[in-house]
Every structure is written in C-alpha cells, then in structure tokens.
Design a binder for this molecule. Structure first.
Ligand SMILES: [Zn+2]
Length: 290
C-alpha cells in the first residue's frame, strides 16, 4: 500500500516534469522555426553583399600596383608572412577596402532582417501572455537596441574580412605573386565569407535580435516579472564553443542569469557565450491583475 502511494507520487512528479519538458521543447521548436525562416531570407542578401564587396576589391586591385618586396624576403618565407609583407599588405588593403563605406552598407543589409526578428519575437511574447496590443518596434528603446546590434556586428564582420584580406595578400606578396594569383587568394577569402561565415552571421544575428525582441516584449508588457532560460535542444549546440546549459533557470527581468548574461545573446556577453547560441527564454511569473 505504502509503495503504491510512493509510486503514484513519483509517477505524478515525473509526469509534471515531462509536461514541463514537452512545453519547453515545443516552445523551442516554435522559436527555431521562426528564426530559421528569417535566417533563410537574410542569407542570400549577405552573400550578395560579400559578392559586391569581392568585385569591388578585385576591381580596385587591378588599379593598384603590387608592392615589390625583393627576393631577400621571399627566400625567408616559412609559415608566417614576413613583417615587411604584413606591413605592405596592411597598406595595400587600405587602398582596396574602405571600412567606412562597408560599415554603412552592411548595416543597411542587416537592419531590416534584425528588425523583423525583433518585432516577431516581441509580438510572440504579447500573444503568449495574452497582452492585447501590438508590440512597438519603433519605440526609442527598441530602435536603440537594433541600432547597437547592427553597428556592433558590422564592425566585427568588416574587421574580420579586412584581417583575412591582409593575411592572404601578405603571403602572396612574400611569394612575389602578381594580380591573377593574388586575386585567387582574395576569391578564397570571399568564398568562406559567402559560405560558413554567412551561415554563422545569419544564425547569430537573427537569434540575437529575436532574444532581444523577446526581452523588450517582457519589459513593454509591464506584467512580466521573471524570465526562464530555455536551452538549445539541437545537436549543433554541443559542438559550438558556448557552454551555458541553464535549462529552466529563472531570474527577474533586470537580473543576470548565472552565466552573466541578461538573456541569450546579451550584446555585452563574451563571444564564446553568444556565437551560434540558439537558446531562448519564456515569460515566468506575471503580475496579478489589479
Ligand atoms: Zn545557448
């Protein structure tokens, strides 16, 4: 009899845990389906951006004489490019790649998709907690978050491209290569940009904008008191550099989770805690109606 009672109790606890787990799983699936749809629209625009950038760099290279470092430097080439070649490549890239121009152009490419993801996530929060209003993506707070997000990303993306062009060209300069060979090296940099970098940028930005939009939704609702972390449930996360399994951790809106983030993709988080992260959150405790 006693065992039966204990068994019933255990079964009930297990059933509750399972229901909770299925709820989190269902929420995560909805979240990923929504973000992936936006990622798929963003990716072709990113590839087009890198393609335009590639053609611009190659065309400017044809008008920019290649530095001649002399045979002495070439003979010394081992694994890393020589200091002379690295300096020459830095100067050369400054002539063929204008960071100021690309900063603005990248922001223009990303902003509409980030804004869509932000708005959809904020609206989904309102629907979930039954707030009968349209989430306002044009509010000052929302616009500032979006502007900060895209300008920070634009800086990082263009810095990476610039650094990779310098490395590629420095090696070519050391080997005394001329424009056709150097152009192949540049094409290689952009092949990666249009491939794995595009995938990573699209996922990170859209998931980031969504999580920021959801957090803004909690604030704007004026009834959400706490939020709950929902771990990413796919295989990809296990091979990514971030490690912050926080399933079900609950904090007040202005408090940080135990990994130091205010929410997944907190823009002030360390890159290793953010890049490729597909975690999300849900509203926790709500203010009782007056
Ligand atoms: Zn994560």
């Amino acid at each position: 009899m006693r065992n039966e009672l204990i068994n019933t109790f255990i079964t009930r606890i297990a059933a509750e845990a399972l229901t909770e787990e299925l709820d989190l799983e269902a929420r995560w699936n909805v979240f990923v389906k929504r973000t992936e749809a936006t990622e798929e629209k963003f990716k072709p625009k990113l590839r087009t951006f890198f393609g335009v950038q590639e053609r611009s760099v190659l065309s400017r290279m044809r008008r920019t004489p290649v530095p001649d470092l002399g045979k002495a430097v070439r003979a010394e080439l081992e694994k890393a490019a020589s200091p002379e070649a690295r300096l020459a490549a830095q100067e050369y890239v400054d002539k063929v790649f204008d960071p100021e121009e690309w900063l603005i152009r990248f922001e223009d490419v990303e902003l509409p998709f980030a804004a869509d993801a932000f708005r959809e996530a904020g609206q989904a929060v309102f629907v979930d907690i039954e707030v009968q209003a349209a989430f306002d993506v044009t509010s000052a707070q929302a616009q500032k978050k979006l502007k900060d997000l895209v300008s920070k990303t634009s800086l990082a993306v263009n810095d990476t491209t610039q650094a990779r062009l310098r490395t590629a060209l420095a090696t070519g300069f050391d080997l005394g290569e001329s424009i056709p060979k150097l152009s192949e090296r540049v094409a290689g940099v952009f092949d990666i940009a249009k491939g794995s970098r595009t995938e990573m940028i699209a996922r990170t930005e859209i998931v980031g904008a969504s999580n920021q939009g959801a957090h803004q939704g909690y604030i704007d609702s004026e009834i959400v008191l706490t939020e709950i972390w929902i771990d990413s449930r796919d295989d990809r996360v296990r091979t990514s550099p971030h490690n912050h399994s926080l399933g079900n951790e609950e904090v007040k809106l202005d408090e940080r989770f135990s990994n130091g983030l205010l929410y997944p993709h907190d823009p002030n988080g360390a890159p290793g805690n953010v890049i490729n992260c597909r975690c999300t959150t849900k509203a926790g405790k709500l203010k009782k109606a007056a």
